[in-house]
Design a protein around this ligand. Structure first.
Ligand code: NAP
Length: 231
């Protein structure tokens, strides 16, 4: 899984890393010194976005070495030690179905929210497997799937003028070693903690809570996150 290495030594891949959420996680992790590989369906696009993320991370890193490079999703899945899935729900199953082999044995962190909008606002989509994270686990039987990073606004992640974030990352998964490493990764984001929040069968509530936060954001013109008290 991580061969006993500490989280700082892991290369983090981001599938769909050219979008706001992937870019935001990448720039914050890279600025903290994490080596990051940005994935895309188009390797050239990944390279361009990675160069821009690296430039912004370097400006914020205060002298820490920054490493962000781009590649195709499949190459990133193969080369990274731990992979974050940041594609839209509409492309989630098809993306992962092709990556079971390169992702075997790895921790796969899913932040995908099954969400749509209608005239009443945001609402949660039914996922046949129960949750997006459980869908990932079904498609990646040899990976260690963890759900996390759902409640982080991409806008705040990308806004490096605010150096410290405010909130917690709820982490769900079935394998202790995998949830521990993802909690540690979340803790590398300045101001954030990773909080264990149950087994993968509880991912549905964590994913769906994001829709409540989106509703908060629309009403209050905010970028709300969550903080777990008394922990
Ligand atoms: N934005 C947020 O604030 C936020 C917060 C929490 C969680 N999330 C979750 O994070 C994920 C990414 O969010 P986002 O706002 O960054 O999404 P996005 O911009 O819509 O998509 C991210 C990237 O995924 C790739 N992509 C688009 N359609 C795809 C498809 N059908 N199949 C495979 N790849 C596809 C694109 O990259 P290429 O074209 O380069 O391949 C795109 O740049 C979503 O599942 C969302 O629910 C987002």
């Amino acid at each position: 899984m991580t061969d006993g290495r500490s989280v700082e030594d892991l290369v983090v891949g981001v599938l769909g890393g050219t979008g706001p959420q992937g870019r935001g996680l990448a720039v914050r992790l890279a600025a903290a010194g994490q080596r990051v590989l940005l994935g895309s369906r188009d390797a050239e696009r990944a390279g361009e976005v990675a160069a821009s993320v690296a430039e912004r991370a370097t400006a914020a890193a205060g002298g820490i070495d920054v490493s962000v490079t781009g590649g195709s999703n499949v190459d990133v899945a193969g080369a990274a030690d731990l992979v974050i899935v940041a594609v839209p729900y509409a492309g989630h199953a098809d993306t992962l179905a092709e990556l079971a082999t390169p992702l075997a044995g790895k921790v796969v962190v899913d932040c995908v929210v099954p969400m749509a909008f209608d005239e009443l606002g945001a609402y949660v989509l039914d996922v046949p497997e129960g949750s997006v994270a459980q869908q990932a686990a079904a498609l990646l039987p040899d990976s260690h799937v963890v759900g996390a990073f759902h409640h982080l606004s991409a806008v705040l992640l990308e806004d490096l003028s605010t150096p410290t974030l405010d909130g917690d990352v709820m982490v769900v998964g079935d394998v202790r070693e995998a949830t521990d490493v993802v909690q540690a990764l979340a803790g590398r984001l300045p101001g954030m903690r990773g909080i264990y929040a149950g087994r993968l069968r509880n991912a549905r509530q964590v994913e769906a809570l994001t829709i409540n936060l989106v509703s908060v954001n629309r009403r209050y013109k905010a970028h709300a996150g969550i903080r777990v008290t008394d922990v």
